[in-house]
Design a protein around this ligand. Structure first.
Ligand code: MN
Length: 596
């Protein structure tokens, strides 16, 4: 071999080695697929100048569809002044006229709601509003287990028995074609307040639903309780009342908006922030009593107290016994009554938690055995499992293993289950492919429910895994982080933090802005907290050093351990204001990391 050839070969070997090494290094660290969003640079530049914010902030806004001064104003300053008129709904005038006539004539009105947070709060606000007008109002909520979702025979029989002549539905009704005509045949008129999609429409007196074709309302993303609020607003405006007469229900509307996973954009942001303000400044009895159970004073109330405190307690009623306890709590007139029902909800939620923890533990112990035979899904069944918590358990298993999950229990000789799916897989389509093994199924692309006969279980399990394996690409199996912009540590200024905070409230349709840092250097030694969380300091250029916290990432601590000296890293993180012993500082909440 000539000398030259030798060097070429050697260089190739070194290059291959470096390449392999850097790929190995990469695989040590990254847990997620990083997707850098790339908004139009000229749009980002123009917006950043128009509203005087830094480029990373402007890019994050553009990624949320906000690219003008006016759109930014509506986003950062959500106000009730900007919400559209309720009379844009095609049938609103009819609905108002019919309800006012029923109130004037002393007709009995029944509010028919769903058993979840959205349906029960919607039922409560309509009931409270009409009761104050001296209307003769009753309500009906389906039993989750015996009646399921939508208008039921038992519900209609209840209305007939109570001599009801007008039903107003909340968070259900738009698909009840058969049931609405049954009502009509029995002399009961129906007004539908709903936000579910529907193909055909029922022959109702009026249909208020922003997702129905030609409905006239410009914002599609209202929750069911939000639609009920628009109806209340329309009645108030027809009677010449002022805003306070309808905005006083925003506490419950905020709770429904946060809990029902509707998009936190446009007017939903106004309802949520105004509703939370209302709970802070003048909480009604039911809310102040529940606040003491979730250990928060109303004045400090935040969005998290809804999602992790109030919503699960309301849902516990429908899951464990009957949603009626939740309605009674919402309609309570004094502190004492409110305390009694809040305590009942607390007890049901404690029970729900115990049952859910037990089932989750059992399900987790079954995963390994299941995955020995199936690799693209998790389908678990136990005849003892309580049907009310299966959806919660399925979400937890999905979160942990990242595979489409079905968790099932038994009722009346049939198997019933909840299905939860990863982001990039439409689970409704998957179920459709398995329909020969199913008695019933329904839901949407991320969550569904199903019923099947026990003898179909093993065939269903096999088919479900087969379809998932066909439809789940390699990419879809790895969780994706959507990164809004690159951020240099030097750019994390007090002003940056102040603007960033105003992106909240976060949730569906408004995720937290996520940044990838420019390369920065590890300072000092990383720490492992509670054997699970990694904490370390970073610094770059002339920036001060920042504390980084990575929850549940002991792997990062272990990886650092393998490196000599202080490696340079890229962080995918969310900068957050922290307060410790009266000192305010910025901490970077870490989602993922790689070494450069
Ligand atoms: Mn709903």
């Amino acid at each position: 071999m000539c000398r030259n050839q030798f060097f070429v070969q050697k260089r190739e070997i070194i290059c291959t080695f470096i390449d392999l090494y850097s790929r190995l290094k990469d695989s040590f660290m990254k847990r997620y697929r990083w997707t850098r969003l790339e908004p139009d640079p000229s749009l980002v530049q123009t917006l950043s100048e128009a509203i005087n914010v830094s480029n990373p902030i402007a890019a994050s806004l553009c990624n949320r569809g906000i690219s003008s001064f006016e759109e930014a104003r509506l986003f950062f300053r959500p106000s009730l002044d900007d919400v559209p008129s309720p009379f844009l709904f095609l049938h609103m005038e009819r609905a108002v006229e019919r309800i006012l006539r029923a109130v004037a004539d002393g007709e009995r009105i029944m509010i028919y709601g769903d058993y979840d947070v959205d349906g029960t709060t919607g039922t409560a606000v309509l009931s409270l509003f009409l009761l104050e007008r001296g209307a003769d109002v009753c309500h009906y909520i389906n039993d989750r287990f015996t009646e399921g979702y939508g208008l039921s025979e038992a519900g209609i029989a209840f209305a007939v028995e109570r001599k009801v002549s007008l039903i107003v539905t909340v968070d259900c009704g738009v698909r009840a074609i058969e049931e609405v005509s049954q009502c009509k045949a029995k002399g009961i008129e129906v007004i539908v307040c709903d936000h579910h999609e529907a193909d055909g429409l029922p022959d109702a007196y009026a249909i208020l639903n922003p997702k129905v074709k030609g409905n006239g309302y410009p914002f599609r993303e209202l929750c069911g309780c939000g639609v009920a609020l628009k109806l209340i607003q329309a009645i108030v405006e027809t009677e010449g009342g002022d805003r306070e007469c309808w905005s006083r229900y925003l506490d419950f509307v905020a709770i429904a908006t946060a809990a029902d996973l509707v998009s936190l954009q446009q007017e939903n942001r106004a309802y949520l922030s105004e509703g939370i303000k209302l709970i802070r400044s003048s909480p009604r009895a039911s809310l102040s009593e529940m606040a003491s159970f979730i250990k928060v004073v109303p004045a400090d109330f935040v969005m998290m107290n809804i999602t992790f405190g109030i919503a699960p307690r309301i849902n516990a009623a429908g899951r464990m016994e009957s949603a009626h306890t939740a309605i009674k709590w919402m309609l309570s007139s004094g502190q004492e009554e409110a305390r009694r029902y809040a305590a009942e909800l607390e007890e049901m939620n404690t029970r729900r938690r115990e049952i859910d923890a037990g089932i989750t533990a059992k399900a987790e112990s079954m995963v390994a055995g299941h995955c020995a035979s199936f690799c693209s899904s998790i389908v678990l069944y136990d005849e003892e499992w309580h049907l009310g918590v299966l959806g919660i358990v399925a979400s937890k298993i999905l979160d942990k293993y990242g595979l489409p999950t079905v968790i099932m229990g038994r009722m009346n000789g049939l198997i019933k289950g909840s299905v939860r799916s990863v982001e990039n897989l439409n689970i409704y389509d998957v179920l459709q492919e398995c329909s020969e093994h199913l008695d019933q199924f329904g839901g949407h692309h991320q969550a569904a429910g199903l019923t099947l006969r026990p003898e179909q279980l093993s065939a269903f399990r096999k088919r479900f895994d087969e379809v998932c394996s066909e439809q789940l690409s390699v990419e879809a199996r790895q969780k994706e982080l959507l990164i809004d912009a690159e951020l240099a540590l030097e750019d994390i200024t007090p002003k940056f933090m102040k603007v960033l905070e105003q992106f909240s409230p976060f949730g569906f349709g408004n995720r937290e802005p996520l940044f990838v840092t420019t390369p920065c250097r590890l300072v000092g030694k990383p720490k492992l907290l509670k054997e699970r969380h990694v904490k370390f300091m970073v610094q770059s250029g002339r920036s001060p050093s920042f504390e980084v916290i990575g929850f549940d990432r002991p792997d990062i601590f272990a990886d650092f351990d393998r490196y000599e000296g202080s490696p340079r890293v890229l962080l995918v993180c969310i900068p957050e204001k922290k307060n410790w012993n009266g000192r305010e500082y910025v901490q970077l909440r870490l989602k993922d990391m790689s070494i450069v």
